[in-house]
Design a protein around this ligand. Structure first.
Ligand code: SAH
Length: 314
């Protein structure tokens, strides 16, 4: 599908890996520059570099990895025109639909082509994928991408409304995958496209239970059997370093130290309140002694009529 050469060449599609959450496709065209927050890179300088290389920016402030595209990386990097299918669903659906090298498969709609790239790689040149999309601009963009990714031989993209007009092949495919808002309207058409000489499979991908219920009714009416419903969830685990648990004796010592600190504080508080009490008593005693001597002085100054003596100097 993509370049299999060891080194990057003019016109190649490269996946630029900056961080886990920042992955972007890059079509190599000498004369252009890649401007990222991890530095500026001239395309011309990337030509001849082996796929998988880590490249430092010109000012030495950052670096990027240049990876060979795969469907998995394309799903992370592709320009979104619609909601897309991710690894967990794609892998599960591929497995349950028994899609393998040489399989003949239908998908509708094409959307952003995430499922298409994975399926094209799986079926390979001995198989075929018929992809249908009723949004014209999306169909054209996907056709362009399939072509530039070297998938022309493996994928046939048709611009049409499959719910109204059905599919372009009859009694041909091993499996049908429907990622449409109203898959129930395409179930009878899918039945016609599926081959009749062996057991075949259909998968309808819907986010809402109401859609699932309507699809199940349509599948039952069309005579499909062994109908089941699954939800796929992927849960990445984050690994953190946790310190080892303390021993019982360490915890015992910590408790003892805490208890000792509490006791010392209690004793300090008692001592403080005692010394405050003593000080207050001392002050009260001093105050009353002062009061008494003041009273005495006052009495000396006042005569029997209660009037103050005015000492007159001659
Ligand atoms: N599985 C795709 C995403 C599909 S999004 C991916 O992994 O990238 C659903 C697409 O179905 C949309 O692009 C929408 O335009 C198309 N669609 C909706 N109804 C349709 C119909 N009746 N016929 C064909 N395409 C249809």
């Amino acid at each position: 599908m993509w370049s299999t050469a060891r080194e990057i060449a003019e016109g190649d599609l490269v996946i630029v890996w900056m961080t886990r959450d920042l992955v972007q496709p890059l079509a190599i065209s000498s004369g252009k520059e890649l401007n990222t927050r991890f530095g500026v890179y001239r395309h011309a300088e990337l030509i001849g570099v082996p796929y998988g290389s880590k490249i430092g920016s010109r000012n030495g402030k950052g670096f990027i990895h240049l990876l060979r595209p795969t469907p998995e990386l394309w799903t992370l990097a592709l320009p979104h025109r619609t909601q897309i299918l991710y690894l967990a669903d794609i892998a599960f659906i591929t497995s349950w639909l028994d899609i393998k090298p040489g399989s003949h498969v239908i998908e509708a709609g094409t959307g952003s082509g995430s499922f298409s790239h994975s399926t094209a790689r799986t079926v390979g040149p001995t198989g075929h994928l018929w992809s249908y999309e009723f949004h014209e601009a999306r169909a054209n963009k996907a056709r362009e991408e399939f072509s530039s990714h070297g998938m022309d031989e493996i994928v046939t993209l048709t611009h049409r409304n499959v719910c109204k007009e059905g599919f372009t092949v009859v009694d041909t495919v091993d499996s049908v995958f429907l990622d449409l808002p109203a898959p129930w309207d395409a179930v009878e058409h899918a039945k016609k496209a599926l081959r009749k000489d062996r057991a075949t499979r259909i998968c309808c991908f819907s986010p809402c239970m109401e859609q699932v219920q309507r699809t199940i009714i349509a599948l039952n009416d069309a005579g499909f059997t062994e109908i089941t419903m699954y939800e796929t969830l992927i849960r990445p685990h984050q690994v953190d370093v946790t310190p080892p648990l303390p021993t019982v004796s360490t915890i015992g010592n910590q408790l003892k130290e805490m208890e000792a600190r509490r006791e010392a504080k209690r004793l300090r508080q008692i001592a403080n309140s005692r010394s405050r009490g003593d000080k207050r008593k001392r002050e009260e005693t001093e105050d009353s002694a002062e009061d008494q001597s003041a009273e005495k002085r006052h009495a000396d100054e006042v005569d029997g009529s209660g009037k103050r003596h005015v000492e007159q100097t001659p």
